[in-house]
Design a protein around this ligand. Structure first.
Ligand code: NAD
Length: 367
């Protein structure tokens, strides 16, 4: 498929190929949709096997950001960028500053941030060349680690799911399994325990498991056992694609609600299978939007309290999604897409109202 056909297929607005021989930069910036506001999304550094793979990835990821921003009620569009290279060996100041200059050249149509393969430190270099970067360290007036805000959003989302399935929000006495004890998983475990849940945990890193077991008195299980546990709620907070043909038959839970990205291995299939099996699925990009909410707040002058309160709004966002799924008898991730698309279409329509300072005919230019 040609590049334009690829871009048009999923309604991307603009794709920028950035090349700088001096620094060795080869990057692609993809702006999917700016109806709601400037596009925002992280900069991923990855040793792609081919240019086609890099393009496919950035197109897919930028589109995902449009949906995430929309469902979270933010005035942001969807964007993403990829730098082709090895994040362990190819990083330097020149590379990231040259990337920053390309971002600056887009005049605010795209705002970047750290992502897989890039760090807050790399973004400091980017910031030397452009103000269109977010997710900066707290020491530099930024919002710092977004995980506590993501963790609160996921916890709030788990409670929304519990309300839907069992009635009360409270997780007291509920059995919850958490896969992955990284930044988000640990935060979530603490909140679950404080709410009275019986929590089971797993991680590939033994030290993380023993630390969490010691601190919160939760029960450790093996990485294979986690899927088939007899629990009420399964919360994936590690990897993507863990809801698949192999794991679904093992699930005994009523709810899948966790922070990991891209949980459904095949969106067109596995969301339906969860629904058929009577399992309520909290769409990943809605329940884990706390991180995006956090960096959005940085753009407006950061206030952690405000970011945390906004992340609690994920409760109502999920309720709207579940209502829509029930009304239309569709899987929840499709309902989520429809709610996100409706907001974009509706806001797009009001933007047709002339407010007096658009380009085009301008009466002030008359001589
Ligand atoms: P992290 O890297 O801190 O933690 C991930 C944890 O998962 C690690 O402890 C790792 O050892 C563990 N893990 C990896 N493979 C595993 C396996 N097979 N079984 C069990 N555990 C395994 O990452 P994080 O920041 O906590 O993010 C977790 C997930 O949430 C990721 O999918 C991430 O993309 C998503 N997410 C994070 C944020 C955020 O604010 N940090 C925001 C949105 C989405």
């Amino acid at each position: 498929m040609g590049i334009f056909a690829d871009i048009e297929k999923r309604d991307h607005e603009q794709v920028v190929f950035c090349s700088d021989k001096e620094s060795g930069l080869r990057a692609i910036i993809s702006i999917h949709d700016t109806t709601l506001g400037p596009s925002l999304g992280g900069c991923r550094m990855w040793n792609y096997a081919s240019e086609e793979e890099a393009l496919r990835d950035v197109l897919r990821l930028s589109r995902g950001m449009t949906y995430k921003a929309s469902i979270a009620g933010l005035n942001l569009g969807g964007g993403k960028s990829v730098i082709i290279g090895n994040s362990k060996t190819d990083k330097n100041e020149m590379l990231f500053r040259s990337f920053g200059r390309f971002v600056e050249g887009l005049g605010g149509r795209y705002i970047t941030a750290e992502d897989v393969g890039t760090s807050v430190k790399d973004m400091e270099w980017v910031r030397t060349e452009t103000k269109y970067v977010t997710g900066i360290a707290q020491a530099h007036g930024g919002s710092g680690d977004p995980s506590p805000v993501t963790g609160l959003g996921v916890f709030t989302g788990v409670k929304a799911c519990a309300n839907r399935v069992y009635g009360p929000d409270s997780l007291a006495g509920k059995k919850v399994s958490v896969q992955g004890l990284g930044h988000v998983g640990q935060n979530l475990v603490e909140r679950l325990v404080n709410d009275g849940a019986k929590v089971y945990v797993t991680d590939i890193e033994e030290e993380k498991v023993s630390a969490v077991v010691n601190e919160f008195g939760v029960e450790a299980v093996s990485t294979d056992e986690i899927y088939g546990l007899d629990v009420d709620i399964f919360s994936p907070c590690a990897l993507g694609a863990i809801i698949n043909d192999e794991t679904i038959p093992q699930l005994k839970c009523d709810i899948v609600a966790g922070g990991a990205n891209n949980q459904l291995e095949d969106e067109s299939k596995h969301g339906h299978v969860l629904k058929e099996n009577g399992i309520l699925y909290a769409p990943d990009y809605a329940i884990n939007a706390g991180g995006l909410i956090n960096v959005y707040n940085e753009l407006e002058g950061y206030n952690r309290e405000r970011a945390l309160r906004q992340a609690e709004g994920i409760y109502d966002i999920l309720m709207d999604i579940f209502d829509r799924a029930e009304d239309e008898d569709i899987p929840t991730h499709y309902a989520s897409n429809r709610v996100a698309e409706d907001r974009i279409n509706n806001i797009g329509r009001i933007k047709n109202i002339y407010v007096g300072h658009q380009t085009g005919v301008n009466p002030d230019n008359r001589r």
